[in-house]
Design a protein around this ligand. Structure first.
Ligand code: FAD
Length: 497
């Protein structure tokens, strides 16, 4: 494990043997098994792609990746692993940002990409029932001609899967309008650690018959069971979408523009995103060299607003009036409205490509904290001050870039940094600063990416003993042998006693 050299493999788990692989060969066809025992280096393994996370920060050494094609196969795999004390890591699109989807050591990877069928869609209720391995963008394209959309959108939409989205309770770009997956998921099919299939694929919007069990698996990051099916409420696709970008001189003005957007655009406002000037330079340098930035001059901040409604002229008029008021009140220094779909996509690209551009620029660490909106950018300023005063920030220094952007509408900041000479200390120092800062300001150390392996060391600082012991109790009931995604989310023991 790159980031946590202090972690030791637990001897509780059996090491994989040939006989185990022989069993899996009776469950899956040969082309659904990737097996590579003891490669010279992890990079040489045919599993390298499945052992390493999207940001190249976490690396496991699994020699087996299984690709089930049915819920029954998942059940047989987990039953065998449970009986034989073999640890498992569920894997979706492997776009997660907390190191949750890759093994820490030699856990067997169960990759869901081959369970990728849309099972049904009901056009009256708008409920789609899908296999967990369906890719978000593929489902959205399936729904488009039917006049519906996935209520969730994020930069990784071309690779991430519905099962991964559910397991991380992914937020994304339009959460402020369409809500999170705790509300939009109506039912789940989950295979528990011992192979039991929990058939809970309800398509009902209202159902108060006792505990809402599916909620436990939403955001559980694969530690409680393996999600195989998802029933999702999908809203009507808006007939009219408009996107505007504005330049702003301070974060105070970003907040004023946000409040005014809620006043003037209310029910049609579907996204309000912001980023700082350094983010623009990063995207320009790494991914959009040939595209002119839509706003002239240099502004400290930019905000992207999106409206989704049903009357084009009405929505356009509202957006124009809003922008006029912003300019007249000197809140925005400059602004532009996309005139067609191509321009809509281009404006969104300046926001969506920030994480990928950082990853291209070098080893990138990414954080997603939530807190009261007025505090959001103060964290970035304080981080710049903290590392700047130590002489660690700037071109060629330990942290070469540090920038902030995020979902203002949800009080969610992404702070990212490129690290030169990546090592445990560089990562640990930035973690310490960001997580302690968020906790001190009553924020959350993860608004949407989840805990995974990256933040498990801070769970004792941000959760009470009672919260943690309840989490452990739930884990023990559902996964008594602890085979599901070990080492992650729940810390070993409290450091408070
Ligand atoms: P994976 O990365 O494969 O897995 C994530 C976690 O879920 C792991 O713990 C894994 O074990 C578990 N898991 C996966 N599938 C299953 C399953 N079927 N059953 C049980 N457990 C499972 N996230 C946001 O919330 N908002 C954003 O705006 C956002 N933007 C992003 C932009 C980029 C460029 C990138 C690379 C990532 C972004 N992410 C964002 C993070 C990531 O895309 C989401 O967390 C996404 O939901 C992960 O889906 P996945 O299929 O890739 O899951």
């Amino acid at each position: 494990c790159v980031k946590h050299p202090e972690l030791k493999r637990s001897s509780v788990y059996k090491e994989l043997q040939e006989e185990d692989v022989d069993y899996f060969r009776t469950v899956l066809s040969p082309n659904n098994i990737l097996y590579h025992p003891q490669p010279e280096t992890p990079e040489q393994s045919i599993l390298a792609h499945h052992n390493v996370d999207w940001f190249n920060l976490y690396r496991g050494t699994s020699s087996l990746c299984l690709f089930p094609t049915s819920t029954d196969q998942v059940s047989r795999i987990l039953r065998y692993c449970n009986d034989n004390q073999l640890a498992v890591v569920p894997q979706g699109g492997n776009t997660g940002v907390s190191g949750g989807a890759v093994p820490v050591f030699d856990e067997i990877i169960v990759n869901m990409s081959k369970m990728n069928t849309v099972r049904s869609f009901d056009s009256i209720s708008g409920v789609a029932v899908v296999d967990a391995g369906v890719i978000l963008e593929v489902l959205d394209q399936y729904l488009e001609p039917k006049g519906h959309m996935v209520p969730l959108d994020l930069g990784a939409k071309g690779s991430c899967q519905l099962g991964g989205n559910v397991s991380t309770n992914a937020g994304g770009l339009r959460l402020m309008r369409y809500g999170n997956l705790h509300g939009n998921v109506l039912g789940l099919e989950v295979v528990l650690a011992d192979g039991t299939i929990l058939h809970n694929l309800s398509t009902l919007r209202k159902d108060n018959t006792g505990y809402d069990l599916k909620q436990m698996f939403i955001g559980a990051e694969g530690t409680l069971g393996l999600v195989t099916g998802v029933a999702l409420s999908t809203p009507r696709r808006a007939k009219s979408t408009h996107v505007a970008m504005v330049g702003l001189t301070s974060f105070e003005h970003v907040q004023k523009a946000f409040v005014m957007a809620k006043e003037d655009l209310s029910e049609i406002l579907s996204a309000f995103e912001f980023w700082d000037h350094d983010s623009v330079g990063m995207v320009k340098q790494e991914m959009m060299q040939d595209t002119a930035y839509p706003i002239q001059g240099k502004h400290a901040f930019y905000a992207l607003l999106e409206t989704q409604g049903s009357r084009d002229e009405h929505d356009e008029e509202k957006l124009n009036d809003y922008l006029e008021r912003l300019m007249e009140s000197d809140i925005a220094a400059d602004g532009v409205i996309a005139q067609d779909n191509t321009q809509v996509k281009t404006l969104w690209s300046w926001r969506e490509k920030i994480p990928e551009s950082m990853a291209k620029a070098g080893v990138a660490m990414t954080y997603d904290v939530s807190m009261e909106v007025p505090l959001l950018y103060k964290m970035v300023e304080d981080a710049k001050k903290h590392f700047g005063e130590k002489g660690l920030l700037g071109p060629g220094k330990l942290y070469s870039n540090l920038l902030g952007f995020g979902h203002v509408g949800d009080g969610n900041l992404h702070i990212m940094a490129n690290v030169n000479n990546f090592g445990h200390k560089a990562q640990a120092d930035m973690d310490e600063f960001v997580f302690k800062w968020a906790i001190k300001h009553n924020g959350s150390i993860t608004a949407e990416h989840g805990v995974g392996i990256s933040k498990v060391g801070y769970m004792n600082d941000c959760k009470s003993d009672i919260q943690l012991s309840l989490m452990r109790a739930i884990k023990t009931v559902l996964d008594p042998k602890g085979i599901m995604n070990p080492y992650k989310v729940i810390p070993e023991k409290s450091n408070k006693q």
